[in-house]
Design a protein around this ligand. Structure first.
Ligand SMILES: [Zn+2]
Length: 324
């Protein structure tokens, strides 16, 4: 959940980022992703749940696309995908898509990368996964399509989980914002980011019995989740004195642990609902006949009699048989 602005650069200069922050921030993403998949055991394809380790692995990748790991150009594009400072919209409705948002910002003299684009990242990655699932429905044995479903799901997991961290949703993202709008960089953000990964819980136990339902329209669903998360901003600041330092354990009986458990539930349920929505919506996607026609990616099959590694095109008749 690392919120990646200049803070990461400061930490890097201080020499404390690489050895510590990545690990515990990552543990929270890993755990929340496993909880979501544990909640979906019978609702999505078996290969998808079997790929839990890969999805959880990829759920950390979006932070690697920012400093201190990523080059500058990638960081500049990627970092705003991880937050959404709602106050800066001044009460205006959230535009329907990424470029409508950019137009809105231009008209208002606002900087899109200052506000952040997190809800759009969640919507767009859910829809990328939806398309990959549609390909899986058409070519269910294709290993490349299965692999990309897992990778896309991991990337979606990261943004969905960031969206449930209240300090990713506000100008008060690392201490109460100063009058000039700048953050005091109090250090509370890192303490909160660390909480999920400190919970000693089993993903299957956490998710046991959850009724996961698909979402309707994605952006309103993401904005509803943001609204819910923003109701907890004041609570986070009330907890500030009780938040353990980055290297300190979490008191399982304290209010900070209660907050962490509630947020883990929120992240797991939101992500599980996004996965289920992508799977169900993939039924509605029609892949045109020309799509991937004549390429190995679309129609390859492993011939059991062929030498190892050799791939063969399916026959035209088989392609038609496999068409929806
Ligand atoms: Zn992030």
């Amino acid at each position: 959940m690392a919120r990646c602005r200049n803070l990461t650069l400061v930490l890097m200069v201080l020499g404390i980022f690489a050895t510590e922050a990545a690990a515990w921030h990552g543990r929270g993403h890993d755990l929340a992703t496993r909880v979501a998949l544990a909640a979906l055991r019978n609702d999505v394809p078996a290969f998808f749940v079997a790929g839990t380790d890969t999805i959880a692995h990829c759920s950390l990748d979006a932070d690697a696309f920012t400093r201190p790991i990523a080059p500058a150009e990638l960081h500049d594009q990627e970092a705003p995908e991880h937050y959404f400072d709602m106050e800066l919209l001044g009460g205006s409705p959230v535009p329907a898509n990424r470029y409508a948002f950019i137009d809105f910002c231009a008209a208002k003299g606002l900087k899109p990368n200052k506000i952040g684009l997190l809800p759009y990242a969640v919507v767009e990655w859910t829809q990328r996964l939806t398309v990959a699932f549609a390909e899986h429905r058409r070519w269910p044995e294709n290993p490349a399509i299965r692999a990309k479903c897992l990778v896309y799901a991991g990337l979606l997991a990261h943004y969905a989980e960031d969206l449930t961290q209240p300090l990713h949703l506000t100008i008060h993202w690392d201490g109460r914002a100063r009058a000039d709008g700048n953050s005091p960089r109090s250090g509370i953000h890192n303490k909160v980011d660390a909480l999920l990964g400190k919970l000693p819980v089993d993903p299957g136990s956490v998710a046991k019995g959850w009724p996961i339902k698909p979402l309707g329209e994605l952006l309103p669903a993401a904005l509803a989740e943001i609204a819910q998360g923003r109701t907890l901003i004041d609570h986070v600041y009330e907890l500030e004195a009780q938040l353990p330092g980055m290297d300190e354990p979490l008191d399982a009986s304290g209010k900070a642990a209660d907050f962490a458990r509630e947020r883990l539930d929120a992240a797991g349920k939101f992500l599980a609902s996004l996965y289920l929505t992508a799977w169900l919506d993939s039924q509605k996607i029609t892949l045109p006949p020309w799509y991937r026609q004549g390429t190995l990616a679309g129609q390859l099959s492993q011939d059991a009699n062929a030498p190892a590694g050799k791939v063969l095109y399916r026959s035209q008749s088989l392609q038609k048989t496999n068409s929806p």
